[in-house]
Design a protein around this ligand. Structure first.
Ligand code: GAR
Length: 203
């Protein structure tokens, strides 16, 4: 049993698959109750449907404004009785409406060591800046862009001959470990928030 999770995704869905796999292996005490996407052709929707998970395309263009669109997302999430919302390659900035009205905490995974390189193309930004260490961050979502409290981070080296693709692939391996780990800490009730500092109980 465990927690019920809503996943929002826009594309490939490899993080969704990693979460599904972790659940299958018993590494997350929970289940994915619903998958939502702003993109009709998102592979993430296909992955979910293949596994029998309810999955819906919610088209932002079909709504008068962003709040209406986000209200529809929240309707699905509330109906599915979720205790956690996970953004997994959801490529839109959540509005104040969604963040303010969400019935449960929201997590995101970002392909950079925040607070460095927020926004789009975190891996490319890191490469172009010339950092020697890169990685990924799982954080709670607030109203800012990639600015919420950090839950956990994983590092990878940046190599001299890296391209955006090779660095992204190295980071992705760590993303697939980091997200299930963070979700399981939440599911176990081990994340304690003190201001913007996240403490892991029982470490
Ligand atoms: C992942 O690298 C994720 O960190 C990134 O998009 C990719 C989605 O891949 N997210 C962001 O950049 C959010 N700003 P996936 O669809 O295979 O999980």
């Amino acid at each position: 049993m465990g927690i019920r999770i809503a996943v929002l995704a826009s594309g490939r869905g490899s993080n969704l698959l990693a979460i599904m796999q972790a659940i299958g292996e018993g590494a997350i005490d929970g289940e994915i109750a619903v998958v939502l996407s702003d993109k009709e052709n998102a592979m993430a929707l296909e992955h979910a449907r293949k596994a029998g998970i309810p999955a819906y395309h919610v088209n932002p263009k079909a709504f008068a404004d962003k709040s209406d669109y986000e209200a529809k997302l929240l309707e699905y999430i509330t109906q599915a009785d979720c205790q956690l919302i996970c953004l997994a390659g959801y490529m839109r900035i959540l509005g104040a409406y969604f963040v303010g009205n969400a019935p449960c905490p929201i997590m995101n995974i970002h392909p950079a060591l925040l607070p460095s390189f927020p926004g789009l193309h975190g891996q490319r930004q890191a490469l172009e800046y010339g950092v020697k260490v890169a990685g990924c961050t799982v954080h709670f979502v607030d109203e800012g862009m990639d600015s919420g409290a950090i839950i956990l981070q994983k590092m990878v080296p940046v190599l001299d001959d890296d391209t955006e693709d090779t660095l992204s692939a190295r980071i992705l391996v760590q993303e697939h470990k980091a997200y299930p780990e963070a979700i399981q800490l939440f599911a176990q009730g081990r994340l304690e928030l003190d201001g913007r500092i996240v403490k892991v109980k029982g470490e």
